[in-house]
Design a protein around this ligand. Sequence first.
Ligand SMILES: C[S@@+](CC[C@H](N)C(=O)[O-])C[C@H]1O[C@@H](n2cnc3c(N)ncnc32)[C@H](O)[C@@H]1O
Length: 275
Amino acid sequence: MRPSKRLDGCGYKTGLEADLPAGEEVAPGGFVVSNSMYTDYADEYEAAIQENIFNGKFERPSLLGLLPALNGKQVLDLGCGPGVYAAELVARGAIVTGIDVSEKMIEITRSKMGDACRCYVQDISIGLPDEPSEQFDIVICPLVIHYLADLNRLFSDVHRVLKAGGLFVFSTHHPYPDFERSPSANYFATEAVVEEWDTLGRPVPVTFYRRPISAIANAIAEAQMFIANISEGKVSKALKQASPELYSRLSTSPHFMFYQCKPLRGLPESPVGQS
Ligand SMILES: C[S@@+](CC[C@H](N)C(=O)[O-])C[C@H]1O[C@@H](n2cnc3c(N)ncnc32)[C@H](O)[C@@H]1O
């Protein structure tokens, strides 16, 4: 165990590190990380992320800024959590499906959204077996892929369920600060990290996976998608007003990464390599 001083996407890391995920179960897609933050404390989590700095004033506005107009669009929200994104997507006119592994999160989303959002419990590390192909205009997956040991099944199914010309937008921890947390000190390893976050105003242990940037880029390419845009997040005036200190930090230190990807299907063949 080593003490941590780094700020995390969901709060201050007070820090423990471990080689193996806590509360793990073996699933077809690999290890499923079960975090009490998203099960036992799901109600508190929902309240905490509405207006906090990292989710409410940094991650969510940054990711929403990468989406096109949503009116009438079919949108799949992977790892939808307590439906904060889903509510915003519906308010923008989207037809939303939400999936989360946490029963409690889906219960919260259902109780808030009713018929306005179709949502169900499923582990997305096994892919999207209940979704037909070429159904969605947009798939989002905010702050979830770092809970998956393997990205290939999910990304391959994201490609399958997207319409030609569709968009896959996801956010995750930035690999640069995550490397400070590496138990192996090997940047190129994909490995579990356990830390304590103060998202709920007290330390709560959270297990996630850190991986090199090439692991993400290769999973995108293997799924027959390409990266149309990468962002490291946008700080705003609202964030500055809420916390000048975090505004300064997030303006100068990387924290999250945002990927905008598109399926290669339906595009004209690349002329690269042709004479
Ligand atoms: C940090 S929260 C983000 C929630 C939501 N996307 C947001 O940004 O407001 C991570 C969510 O991913 C979900 N999750 C983690 N692993 C998952 C898996 N294997 N399948 C589906 N959902 C998962 C958790 O239950 C939790 O609700």
